[in-house]
Every structure is written in structure tokens, then in C-alpha cells.
Design a protein around this ligand. Structure first.
Ligand SMILES: Cc1cc2nc3c(=O)[nH]c(=O)nc-3n(C[C@H](O)[C@H](O)[C@H](O)COP(=O)(O)O)c2cc1C
Length: 330
């Protein structure tokens, strides 16, 4: 088996069998305004939203998990089916393996089961320093008929990973070059350490996915993989918690996905009240898939949507937009 595919399967195995979450995303510090008399009928609560030109029934993106191996195909297809049923967004995992070996493309393709979803392609931004360019980003989008591409940045993960790519020089210019030339929207995504306002302002992308501290922790995951658990643990608290990153990026007038430790519909309501357009969830969806395949994922996401609706009702928000301004910090 190729090295990348093996690594992706190891990530799944470690995430499903070890404790890989660390820190707090910060939702416990956020309170939503309580309305004892909401003047609403619960059945009229509307969780639909617009994201990069598409309407979602709920402001949820199932974040990148996998691709490149037979098991990945089953996971991507099962999860995409649920995304289609609930009309929420979905991202495939890094497509680098399929860029290097076209035989693996089918492990990412989901349009046969999810023709209408907001679908996000995925590549590591650091690969722009290791031979990939605009053409490969276009290729990733076309390969799966995606609506957008997420370029993920993960400097901490690359440093803890034994085989990580460590040259991040010149990436801002290269990411902006891709965003300018490619036809689809580019989402700049962190993977567990958050994005600061200062970093975000350098980028000419269409949206940000904060990938903040407090959820799946890649210092821990790669520490376990590379046998460097101690160093992994040292850096497991490094980064900007999800809530802080969302606050930093709100006001930049670009859509923000709040991800990293979003674990309930109440977390989702808080993130949106703080300025996020959507939330992104990865690890709990993988766990729900392991437990119950499509049914497990569907039940989990239905729970999240129900909790989001309860939060909206209790704070007097009939529509997603009504949540704006309803959050305060403890
Ligand atoms: C098993 C696993 C594999 C992942 N693979 C990718 C990937 O290929 N590309 C990517 O951008 N993010 C990847 N991620 C990161 C997630 O998309 C997400 O940003 C991160 O886990 C934070 O969300 P969470 O706390 O809800 O898990 C992966 C996450 C998990 C759990």
C-alpha cells in the first residue's frame, strides 16, 4: 500500500481508538441570551442558511476525513448520502493521493450518491511548495465536481509527523495565486490550531475554516504515530481556541466556518451568534459512522440540528441570521 494511504488509515485507526482531543474550544465561556417569552412556534424555526452561493438546510459542514483507500470510499459514500438527505455540506479528505495516482480518484467521488450537496475538495496548502500548483487544485475540484476547494494548513502537524513537509516559505503568495486563478472559491482551513486575524488578512481567499484548538488534536495524533508522544503532548495545547479564532475573524466580511471541537447544536448556535456562517464537524461524525454507518451519522446530525433549534428557540431566533448579536462572553 502506498505511504499516503497507509497514513490516512492510521489516522482513522488512531482517532477511533485513542484519546485524541485536547484543550477546550471555549464554548463554555459563551452564553446565549435567554428569552423567557420567545414569541415563536418551535415548528417554524428555520435553520437554513446560505454558504458560498448555495443554500444548506442547516449550517453544518461535515469536515474532511478521508480518501485514497478502499475503506475511505465506503466512508465518503456513506457520509455523503447523509449529507444529501439532510442537505448539509461535505468535504472529502486530502486528494493528494489521487493527484499522484489516478486509480484512487474513485475513493473520493460521491456525486453519484450526493448530486446536490455543497461539496468541498481538499488539498494541503504546503504541497504548493512541493510540486503542486493551480492545475492540480483545478484537477482536485473537477475530480469530484466540487463547489469549492479547501486548502488546509497544518504547520504543527507537519512538524510532529515523522515524514512531514516543513517548508512553509512563500505560501501566502502561492495560496493567493491559486485563489486568483482558480474558478472555484478557495477556503483556507487550519487543522487544529486556529487562524488569527493577522494571518487571515494576508489572504485573498473566499472563506476561512478556523480549525481551532479544542477538538481533534494533531500534535497528539502524530505524536502517537511517530512514537513522539511526549513532544505531541507538549504541543497539544498550542493554538487559538475555536471560539477565539471565530471572534478574531468575524468582521472581516468573509464567510467563516467554525470548526475544532464543535460537539453540540448549542456549540453551533454559539459559534453562529459570534459571527460564523457555518460549523464544521469531523471526529464525532467518524465515530457515529463507525457505530452505525449511514444511520449512525444521520442520527448524530439530527441530534445536532435539534439542539441548534432548541438553542434558537430559547434565544428568540427564528432564523439563523437572528442569532447574530445574541452571544456574550462569561
Ligand atoms: C481521521 C481524520 C482525518 C482527517 N483528514 C483530514 C484531511 O485529509 N484534510 C483536512 O483538511 N482535514 C482533515 N481532518 C481534519 C478535520 O477535517 C477537522 O478539520 C478537524 O478534525 C477538526 O474538527 P473536529 O474537532 O470536529 O474533529 C481529519 C480529521 C480526522 C478526525
Amino acid at each position: 500500500m502506498r505511504k499516503i494511504n497507509h497514513r490516512k488509515l492510521e489516522h482513522i485507526r488512531i482517532c477511533l481508538t485513542e484519546e485524541v482531543e485536547a484543550g477546550s474550544p471555549g464554548f463554555e465561556k459563551v452564553r446565549l441570551a435567554h428569552d423567557a417569552l420567545p414569541e415563536l412556534d418551535f415548528d417554524e424555526i428555520d435553520t437554513s442558511c446560505e454558504f458560498l452561493g448555495k443554500t444548506l438546510d442547516s449550517p453544518i459542514i461535515i469536515e474532511a476525513l478521508t480518501g485514497g483507500a478502499d475503506e475511505s470510499k465506503e466512508i465518503n459514500q456513506d457520509i455523503a448520502r447523509v449529507a444529501q438527505k439532510l442537505n448539509v455540506g461535505f468535504s472529502v479528505g486530502s486528494q493528494r493521493a489521487a493527484i499522484e495516482d489516478a486509480a484512487l480518484e474513485q475513493t473520493y467521488k460521491v456525486r453519484d450518491v450526493a448530486p446536490d450537496i455543497f461539496l468541498i475538495a481538499n488539498l494541503g496548502a504546503v504541497q504548493l511548495n512541493y510540486g503542486l500548483g493551480v492545475a492540480e487544485c483545478e484537477r482536485a475540484v473537477e475530480m469530484i465536481s466540487a463547489d469549492a476547494i479547501a486548502l488546509h494548513v497544518n504547520p504543527l502537524q507537519e512538524l510532529i509527523q515523522a515524514e512531514g513537509n516543513r517548508n512553509f516559505k512563500g505560501l501566502v503568495g502561492k495560496i493567493n495565486g491559486v485563489a486568483k486563478k482558480i474558478k472555484s472559491p478557495v477556503i483556507l482551513k487550519e487543522v487544529g490550531c486556529g487562524i488569527s486575524r493577522e494571518t487571515a488578512r494576508k489572504l485573498k481567499v473566499s472563506a476561512y475554516d478556523v480549525g481551532g484548538l479544542g477538538g481533534t488534536n494533531w500534535a497528539l495524533v502524530e505524536g502517537i504515530r511517530s512514537g513522539r508522544q511526549d513532544t505531541g503532548r507538549v504541543f497539544s495545547t498550542w493554538g487559538i481556541p475555536t471560539v477565539e479564532s471565530v471572534i478574531e475573524l468575524s468582521g472581516l466580511e468573509k464567510p467563516v466556518i467554525a470548526s475544532g471541537g464543535v460537539r453540540s447544536g448549542l456549540d453551533a448556535a454559539k459559534a453562529i451568534a459570534l459571527g460564523a456562517s457555518c460549523v464544521g464537524i469531523a471526529l464525532p461524525v467518524l465515530k457515529a459512522w463507525e457505530e452505525g454507518r449511514t444511520k449512525g451519522v444521520e442520527c448524530y446530525l439530527e441530534r445536532i440540528v435539534e439542539e441548534l433549534k432548541i438553542s434558537m428557540f430559547l434565544s428568540g431566533a427564528r432564523k439563523i441570521g437572528d442569532l447574530s448579536g445574541k452571544a456574550s462572553l462569561n
